[in-house]
Design a protein around this ligand. Structure first.
Ligand code: FES
Ligand SMILES: [Fe+2]
Length: 459
């Protein structure tokens, strides 16, 4: 049989880093506009950032059974994240090895085998090539692993959150997360069985760079101004004006909430200190929503003295937990940032639901989740649009080439403004931009040191 050369030395993966002096673009107090506007920087980010660190892919509850899958992206790489038929989590490239067509075109489902719609090549959900139509037309050995789907070589979970990395030199996922695990643990542990399940999503696209969403994720400076109409709406029927995000309404830096930088680009806006620690306190500040009186009445009737804790479960947790570069846990949502191009970004807001693990909620869990859905509709419908508008207006403003700098120096140089914890975390007042300055230091470090990324084809 005539042979066909296969598995020759592969070309190096990735591309040459653009020739920028990163120190000139990122300073302690400001960044250059091109980090948001230059296509070659965006292209490099897809390898240096999204290929260099652990990136959030999906939640285990989205693929609860063997053979379940969801389609997502890692940077620009289309992936099928699945549990294969033996239960192993994998992140397969959603890219046929024949001529490159996407293999799976559904958002989610269940499949042991994927067949390409173009010429019918089929692959097992391990990524292995199963067969091709009319194989006698091929002289080469189709069992060669070069025809298997590419896959992300390292896939790990932290308490249900599935991450992947292409970087063989990345630390273990738990070490990459480091101290941001603590607020994630607390966010989960307030629920029965210390877990939530992910439900359907609000999907939103904005015309702006992906970092604008990350820069905003712990920003306490904009709330009173950007979200004025939401704050007013949340408090419309109340004389005391204490609902929703009202702790931003006077002088936010005087409130007990704080912003904290954890390292590796992860940060945290903790608004929980604004709320008393007693059952029902969270419910009492929940923003007003149509129909909430019905849910409250029903839950109180069914649970009696246990009702305040159940009502707290329906209320939004006042935190923003931001895991670099693409996972934002806020309120009761999981928000995922997905870059599309240098000036386009998808943000997907997954609702989460409570599971009655302990069996003490009974059918009331459905009421809690129904009300939880309502509280989760609030921010994406009335708050995210404020933020997305600002992101688009920033992108418009940054089109002016001669006006070069974006400032992030709020709090910088003010003595006594920050405290540094034993774990290296930095804590400051709610409106401070320290989280953005520190994240850009990390961004610069990653951009200047391209990773030697790898894919795998062995199953
Ligand atoms: S591109 Fe998939 S079978 Fe041809
Ligand atoms: Fe906002």
């Amino acid at each position: 049989m005539p042979s066909h050369p296969l598995n020759q030395a592969p070309l190096p993966i990735g591309r040459t880093n653009p020739d920028y002096d990163w120190d000139q673009l990122v300073h302690e107090d400001r960044v250059h506009r091109v980090v948001y506007t230059a296509p070659d920087i965006f292209e490099a980010e897809m390898t240096n950032i999204f290929g260099g660190v652990w990136v959030y892919l999906a939640h285990e509850s989205q693929i609860p059974r063997n053979d379940d899958y969801v389609t997502v992206r890692l940077g620009l790489r289309p992936l099928i994240v699945l549990r294969d038929s033996s239960g192993k989590y994998r992140a397969l490239y959603n890219r046929c090895t024949h001529r490159g067509a996407t293999l799976c075109r559904e958002a989610s489902g269940s499949a042991k085998v994927f067949q390409c719609a173009y010429h019918g090549w089929t692959f097992m959900n391990t990524g292995e090539l199963r067969g091709v139509p009319w194989p006698e037309g091929y002289a080469s050995d189709l069992r060669n692993s070069c025809f298997n789907l590419a896959q992300v070589p390292r896939v790990e979970s932290y308490r249900g959150f599935i991450f992947g990395t292409l970087n063989p030199d990345a630390p273990a996922l738990a070490d990459y997360l480091g101290p941001v695990r603590e607020p994630i643990d607390e966010w989960l542990d307030r629920h029965p069985g210390s877990r939530v399940v992910v439900r359907d999503a609000n999907r939103l696209k904005f015309h702006g760079n992906w970092k604008l969403a990350y820069d905003n994720s712990a920003d306490g400076y904009h709330v009173k101004f950007s979200h004025r109409s939401l704050l007013e709406m949340e408090n419309r029927f109340k004389a005391d004006n204490e609902k929703g995000m009202s702790f931003y309404k006077d002088h936010p830096d005087d409130a007990p909430m704080y912003v904290r930088y954890f390292g590796n680009g992860h940060h945290f806006k903790d608004k929980r200190p604004n709320v008393e620690k007693r059952p029902g306190a969270l419910w009492e500040i929940e923003g007003l929503a149509p129909g909430m009186e019905f849910f409250e009445e029903e839950i109180r009737k069914r649970l009696g003295e246990n009702a305040p804790r159940a009502l707290d479960l329906a209320s939004s947790e006042p935190v923003n937990i931001n895991v670099f570069p693409n996972l934002l846990i806020l309120g009761n949502h999981i928000q995922v940032i997905e870059p599309v191009s240098v000036t386009e970004t998808n943000t997907t807001w997954y609702a989460t639901a409570v599971v009655d693990e302990d069996g003490d909620l009974g059918e009331t869990v459905d009421l809690i989740n129904a009300f939880r859905m309502r509280t989760q509709e609030g921010f994406p419908a009335f708050g995210e649009v404020d933020d997305a508008t600002n992101f688009e207006e920033i992108q418009r403003g940054l089109a002016a080439p001669e006006d070069e700098w974006v400032y992030m120096h709020r709090g910088l140089g003010i003595p006594g403004r920050f405290t540094t914890g034993a774990d290296g975390s930095i804590t400051g007042p709610a409106t401070d931009e320290v989280f953005m300055r520190e994240t850009f230091k990390e961004w610069k470090r990653l951009m200047a040191n391209p990773p030697a990324i790898e894919i795998r084809r062995e199953v």
